[in-house]
Design a protein around this ligand. Structure first.
Ligand code: F6P
Length: 568
């Protein structure tokens, strides 16, 4: 008999569905008192410790989840990814971001060719170029060293590099290597983002890196033309060659834009945008800021997790465990969201990055074969660093909706502070919360406990915490470039596991196209109305009314205004 198309048709899925009733009878208060269970729910690799004992799961649940992984052919799918098969079937592409951080002597084939030498050719070029910029042998048009970098890009060409940059900014080694330099990111097509990014910068000492896989993304290209104008207006058109470089898979369009192809850094269509931070997309801007040697450590951290993900058995495999637990929470326990809660301000851009990796990858409605899913795939990701989040949305997590939480803690702070006479150090204070919150969620507080504490009866319902709210904890030894690479790869692979088991294509993103084409129609209308006074036509009543209001209220804007750049 042919294997079923949908994972939800398998016995393993049905078995888990039935198992939910059993789990509903348990409470984390009781599950947590089983020391053997808790012990077996702790896994360590390369000093990263995962504790998933506060998941609403028993050893039996885990066993059933491993069976689900078998039914989904998870191992084979991982192997097919690593061996360069075209697993992104709707775009007919391999998915090989693991090759971006493979060691120089590794062999990873794509279409019969080892891609690792090409990867290292670009990495070597980045190292050489970034050293020249950093040591002042590559100078701007007026002979001044380029100490500031603006990286223009959006989505995957922005969020990953921003996350890593933000995390490195307070790392002692990275601080030393970045002294006197600035890295900024221009993503939004909103002119306010242009204004914010060029404020305080001198074109003479600024290098602009245009990052776009396709080199056609409307926002990025308009921002690139805007900064090209900013440079030319100050230094003349010929300055562009010294002040603008590019990262893209489309080197023809890079050249058309006016950037010397020698100053372009390639990557390949087997790198998905949201999985591209380890390509030149992230490595170039980060190497310009921190030097290649720091960035190489980041790549190594990711690479080590890649090997673990490929080799470790399911029970010891951190990304596999995380992925399976997500599926358990979303598809079986019915919790569609996940809170990403790093107890480190340096990780403040981690949740925004994972939002894209996860939601663009797994927010799908059909299986990889195009069959509508009878279950909802994908997770709603959001998050903020602790303890800030505690004073914002944790109320809902404690007493409102059930949101499985990822608590991410760091053993050694990048920036320790000790104050004489304080009870604990500042980092210990932070970590006290990291250790306390998962138990507050798991155990809650019963009316009986409140009664014993003499809480007035009318307040008891308000002060009761049901508990039984799942979370997991990831403890990293520190937060240097290597650890940041580990964290990135753990989440990238976790998301792949979810997609592989749900049986969807996690590597395309057709869902972003419709909005883009409708924006093209609006853009044409705005141009026609502003330049030829044409009435708004071809839209529904709502859009026509809004567009007309917008045009009427800005009728004073000349139809062909002179170039105007922000003046703040
Ligand atoms: O790097 P590009 O081609 O400019 O694309 C930017 C982003 O746009 C998307 O295609 C859609 O948001 C992302 O997948 C991608 O990361």
């Amino acid at each position: 008999m042919a294997s079923p198309t949908l994972i939800s048709d398998t016995e393993a899925w049905k078995d888990l569905k039935a198992h939910v009733e059993e789990i509903k009878k348990t409470h984390l208060r009781d599950l947590m008192s089983d020391a053997d269970r808790c012990k077996s729910m702790m896994v360590e690799f390369d000093e990263v410790l995962l504790d998933y004992s506060r998941q609403r799961a028993t050893l039996k649940t885990m066993d059933k989840l491993f069976k689900l992984a078998e039914a989904a052919h998870l191992k084979e799918k991982i192997e097919r990814m690593y061996s360069g098969e075209h697993i992104n079937i709707t775009e007919n592409r391999p998915v090989l971001h693991v090759a971006l951080r493979a060691s120089r002597d590794a062999v990873i084939q794509s279409d019969g060719k080892n891609v690792v030498p090409e990867v290292w050719k670009v990495l070597d070029k980045i190292q050489e170029f970034s050293e020249r910029v950093r040591n002042g042998s590559w100078v701007g048009a007026t002979g001044k060293a380029l100490k500031d970098v603006v990286a223009i890009g959006i989505g995957g060409s922005f969020l990953g590099p921003l996350f890593v940059h933000t995390a490195l900014q307070t790392d002692p080694e990275a601080i030393e290597s970045a002294r006197g330099r600035q890295l900024r990111f221009l993503a939004n097509v909103d002119p306010i983002d242009v204004a914010r990014n060029i404020t305080g910068l001198n074109p003479e000492t600024t290098l602009v890196v245009v990052v776009s896989k396709t080199f056609t993304t409307a926002e990025t290209m308009l921002n690139a033309r805007t900064l090209r104008e900013w440079i030319s207006a100050a230094l003349g058109h010929s300055a562009v060659a010294k002040h603008m470089v590019a990262v893209s898979t489309n080197l023809t369009l890079v050249e058309k834009f006016g950037i010397d192809p020698n100053n372009a850094f390639a990557f390949w269509d087997w790198v998905g945008g949201r999985y591209s931070v380890c390509s030149a997309v992230g490595v170039l801007p980060l190497s310009l800021q921190y030097g290649f040697s720091v960035v190489e450590k980041f790549l190594m951290g990711a690479s080590f997790i890649d090997q673990h993900f490929f080799k470790a058995p399911y029970e010891e495999n951190i990304p596999v465990l995380l992925g399976l637990l997500s599926i358990w929470n979303v598809s079986f326990l019915g919790h569609p969201a996940r809170a990403i809660l790093p107890y480190s301000q340096a990780l403040e851009k981690f949740a925004p990055h994972i939002q894209q990796v996860s939601m663009e990858s797994n927010g799908k409605g059909v299986s990889i074969d195009g069959v509508p899913l009878p279950f909802e795939a994908g997770e709603i990701d959001f998050g903020e660093p602790g303890t800030n989040g505690q004073h914002s949305f944790y109320q809902l997590i404690h007493q409102g909706r059930v949101i499985p939480c990822d608590f991410i803690g760091i053993v050694r702070s990048q920036q320790p502070v000790y104050l004489k006479g304080e009870v604990v150090s500042n980092h210990d204070e932070l970590m006290s919360n990291f250790f306390a919150q998962p138990d507050a969620l798991a155990y809650g507080k019963t009316p009986e406990q409140l009664h014993k504490e003499n809480v007035p009866p009318h307040l008891i319902p308000h002060k009761t915490f049901s508990g039984n709210r799942p979370s997991l904890s990831l403890l990293l030894p520190s937060l240097n470039a290597y650890n940041i690479g580990q964290l990135l790869a753990i989440y990238e692979h976790r998301i792949a596991v979810e997609g592989f088991v749900w049986g969807i294509n996690s590597f395309d993103q057709w869902g972003v196209e419709l909005g883009k084409s409708l924006a093209t129609q609006v853009r044409k209308q705005l141009h026609a109305s502003r330049t030829k006074g044409e009435p708004v036509e071809g839209f529904n009543f709502s859009t026509t009314t809004l567009l007309t209001r917008y045009l009427e209220a800005t009728a004073d804007i000349p139809s062909d205004p002179p170039t105007l750049l922000p003046r703040i």
